[in-house]
Design a binder for this molecule. Structure first.
Ligand code: RUB
Length: 408
């Protein structure tokens, strides 16, 4: 059961991603052992993409972890005969994974980071003809730095400034020349990918620990907290606050249409926390009893706005009216670099069948099902990140430093 085994090698992070993957692959490991037997890249990819698309794996962190796990498996089971072919397979896998959930920059940022490590080994001049968000001298300069190139919204721009590939992955830097002297073997690249995937998992573990510490300190003594959807980051904070004796109770919204709030409620109750599940429309009733609202994040823009599960924006506005501070807990990988250049984040619209079937509504009823909404920075008291607790206006500074984009 390779995919699960991969996730489980990193013990603590196994609890979230492992559970999410176990939900998909089953604890019996039936499908997993099939993966191990034939080591098929396409099966690994297909299963992981399907699990992410269908929300069997949900939440930005879990999605990114599963994608990195899949990239590692694709690399380790590769039968590519040359390093260029190996790189091509990775790009193909990256492309498939990155397109599963459009509103998840952490997914794309994580995969880009990994790909950039491989590119750096393979190509000597990726900086000229680099992956850039749009053609500009400043960006080309920034793109020469490994980390920033990795974290940009990649789009191949040719010399004339024309976009050659669709947004996302799908084409290697066309002007990049393979390093001559280094003769990277496929096996050395496989080792590199394995090491980088492990490092990624370790970093994620360190950031969730830091966020949990920072976040728990924000929970007032004896607090009642309202949460929305399921965020592994939020659960981490609440468990830490409970252990520190600061948390009194939590209200969890159901989070229609997919009821991810039930996952949160189950996890918190299992940890011994006084947990109450409420329907989404009961927020106005229970919010005045709360001392803080705490949600996760799917994406954060350069203006400090938050993209999170549908319903978040309404809760934030009510919280502002009730003077209840509203916090979002997020790793800096949730930052969407394209917003630095004025591009907007695509809000995913999911299957309308998640809301209601024709037999329930009768004929002639239109249904819309946006999965996320945007909460304006003015409603957000602070972001709780691995680098500290900051107001929305300061998040951009941390993100630009993290992504090496300060001069952009
Ligand atoms: C989940 C959601 C979560 C964020 C943060 O939406 O909106 O709040 O992804 O989660 P979905 P985490 O269920 O549609 O994926 O803190 O675990 O990254």
């Amino acid at each position: 059961m390779k995919l699960l085994k991969y996730i489980k090698t990193e013990k603590k992070y196994a609890t979230m991603a492992g559970k999410a993957l176990a939900a998909r692959f089953g604890t019996s490991g039936k499908e997993g052992s099939q993966l191990e037997k034939n080591g098929s890249q396409s099966l690994v990819l297909e299963e992981t993409c399907a699990a992410i698309r269908s929300l069997k794996i949900q939440g930005a962190r879990n999605i990114a972890l599963a994608a990195i796990g899949a990239m590692d498996l694709v690399a380790s089971t590769s039968t590519a005969g040359s390093s260029a072919a190996f790189y091509g397979q990775l790009v193909e896998a990256a492309d498939a994974l990155a397109s599963t959930r459009p509103t998840e920059p952490m997914l794309r940022n994580s995969i880009r980071y990994l790909l950039a490590k491989v590119e750096k080994k393979l190509y000597m001049n990726v900086a000229k003809g680099a992956w850039v968000a749009r053609p500009s001298a400043a960006l080309e300069k920034q793109a020469s730095r490994d980390k920033s190139r990795a974290l940009l919204h990649m789009k191949w721009i040719d010399g004339a400034g024309k976009s050659k590939s669709r947004v996302g992955f799908g084409a290697k830097p066309q002007k990049a020349r393979m390093r001559k002297g280094s003769r990277q073997s496929v096996s050395s690249l496989k080792n590199l990918v394995k090491a980088e995937c492990k490092a990624f998992a370790r970093n994620m573990e360190a950031s969730i620990e830091a966020i949990s510490q920072f976040g728990a300190a924000q929970v007032p003594n004896g607090a009642t907290v309202l949460v929305h959807c399921h965020s592994s980051t939020v659960v981490g904070i609440l468990k830490k606050a409970f252990q520190a004796g600061r948390l009194n109770a939590v209200y969890c919204t159901e989070t229609r249409p997919k009821y991810q709030g039930r996952i949160t409620a189950r996890e918190l109750a299992q940890a011994g926390i006084d947990t109450t599940l409420i329907v989404d429309s009961a927020v106005a009733t229970f919010l005045p009893k709360c001392n803080m609202v705490l949600v996760g994040a799917d994406a954060i823009t350069s203006a400090g706005d938050l993209v999170n599960k549908i319903g978040t924006a309404g809760i934030a506005r009510l919280a502002s009216m009730e003077d209840v501070p509203f916090y979002s807990a997020a790793e800096l990988y949730k930052f969407e670099p394209i917003t630095v250049w004025g591009k907007s984040i695509e809000i995913e619209e999911r299957d309308i069948g998640e809301v209601a079937g024709a037999q329930e509504t009768g004929k002639g009823v239109k249904i819309r099902n946006p999965a996320f909404d945007i909460t304006g920075a003015k409603y957000i008291h602070a972001y709780i990140t691995e680098k500290g607790v900051v107001p929305p206006a300061s998040l951009i500074t941390l993100a630009l430093e993290e992504f090496n984009l300060s001069g952009a």
